[in-house]
Every structure is written in C-alpha cells, then in structure tokens.
Design a protein around this ligand. Sequence first.
Ligand code: SAM
Length: 242
Amino acid sequence: MTLTSPEMIKSTKLYQRNSDLHPQVHAKQLDKKLGFRIPKIEVKLLQKYRAYYQPNDISNKKQHFKGTQTWIGLHPQALQTPYNDLYEALLYLKEYNIETVVDIGAGYGRVGLVMNSIFPTSKFIGYEIIRKRMEEANRIFNVFNLQNCSVLQKNVLAEDFIIPNAQIYFIYDFSEMDDICKILDQLSQRLMQENFFLITKGTRVDYLLAHKYKEFWLANSFIQLDELKIYSSQVDLKKHVK
Ligand SMILES: C[S@@+](CC[C@H](N)C(=O)[O-])C[C@H]1O[C@@H](n2cnc3c(N)ncnc32)[C@H](O)[C@@H]1O
C-alpha cells in the first residue's frame, strides 16, 4: 500500500526507529510506501554509466559519470541516509530556529521529507547532480504537496556555486575528499559570523573534520548520534540540548 495523504507524510511516526527493524530495512519499506521508484532509476543509471567500484577502462563504451563521484552501483539503501538516523539528528535540533536546511548531494531528497515532519515551516534545498535522482525527489515532493522542499540539479563543485545561507547543512560523503574540501572550505569561512549546524555522515567527511577542519569542533566539540555527527558554529550542543 502506498501513502497518498499530504498529512500522513508529516507524521513523525513514519521516521521513528522501530527496534524490530534495521534502519535500512525500515527505509526500504518506507521508500516503497511513499511510492519512490529508486531501484528502477539506479538500475538504469548502472546501464548507462560504469559502476563506481569498477576501475577505469577507456576501451569500454560504458564510462564513469564525469567530474564527481556519484556512487552509481551502490545499493540504494547505502547511497542514502536511513530515515531513522535523519530523524534523530534533526529532532536533536528541534528547539533551534531553523529556517533553511541545505543538503549538499541530496540524492532522492530524504533529508527534506524528514525535515518537513520536524520543521514543517522550514525550507529544504537539496543539490543533486544526477538529473533522474533530482526529478524523482521533486516528483515525490509534488505528490505530497511539499512546497517548502526542492532539489535543484546543480554541480556543487562548479566555480559559481555558492552555498545558500542555512541553519543546517547536511553532508553525506557526496564525492572524493578534495571535492568535499571545497564545500568545507566555504563553510569554514562562515564559522565566525554565522550560526549554523553541520550534520555529517561518512568516513571521508569524518576524516576531514577530524584532521583538517578542526575549527568545526575545537570550540564547541560535536555530538555523535549513531552514524551521524552534529557540529555547531556557535552552540556547545552538549551543554545546550537535553
Ligand atoms: C551519498 S549520496 C547522499 C544522498 C543524501 N544526502 C542522503 O544522505 O540520503 C551523495 C549524492 O551526492 C551526489 N553528488 C555527487 N557529487 C555531486 C556534485 N558535485 N554536485 C551535486 N551532487 C553531487 C550524488 O549523485 C549522490 O546522489
């Protein structure tokens, strides 16, 4: 059975952890309930592009997606952050004034769906380079009439890309280390002037923050919730929340 009501999609219960279900199994079931066509799209992408785990082969007709890492060939439930984890991280920030949430490398826009259940009046902007993923995210936002959520097709590594101001930025290892550095460089320059949270997932972004971008946590530390970490530009989260 698929969900159709715009009201149902706002229920926080949809995204809450259920101890009987692994978060990826929960996510797979919820994707289906919401009507996402993710497996089909990922199979098509794999027919067109070389999988991320295969080495380059210039003699082969099928080549990698050029210019960035798009994780084509990764299982859809590994490509995306589980709803349960997103829910718990965003809920942690519930008491803050969150106007805008930005996802750098948004995939199918999951962050927007979960944001909408906790911050229904906030705006979600996701950036995604793969057109089919972007279109599917927006199709689902339209099905549920989520006018505050959109995924834009954009290469976040483009010279002209400036990250819009937001109170929450989300990064799940969207590409290689050097590429992630370009985004962290931009955010690092805002640490002193702006009040924002950075939520991260992935070994690459974690490594970079631990070793190269210590300014994100030296003053306020960070908190870890399962596989996600939350950094803050202004607030000591350990002292200020729960
Ligand atoms: C690991 S997935 C994360 C998806 C989503 N944020 C989540 O956590 O569920 C990273 C996404 O970033 C996209 N991506 C990679 N490089 C990009 C770039 N340069 N500009 C925009 N999107 C990019 C990929 O296509 C992929 O869909």
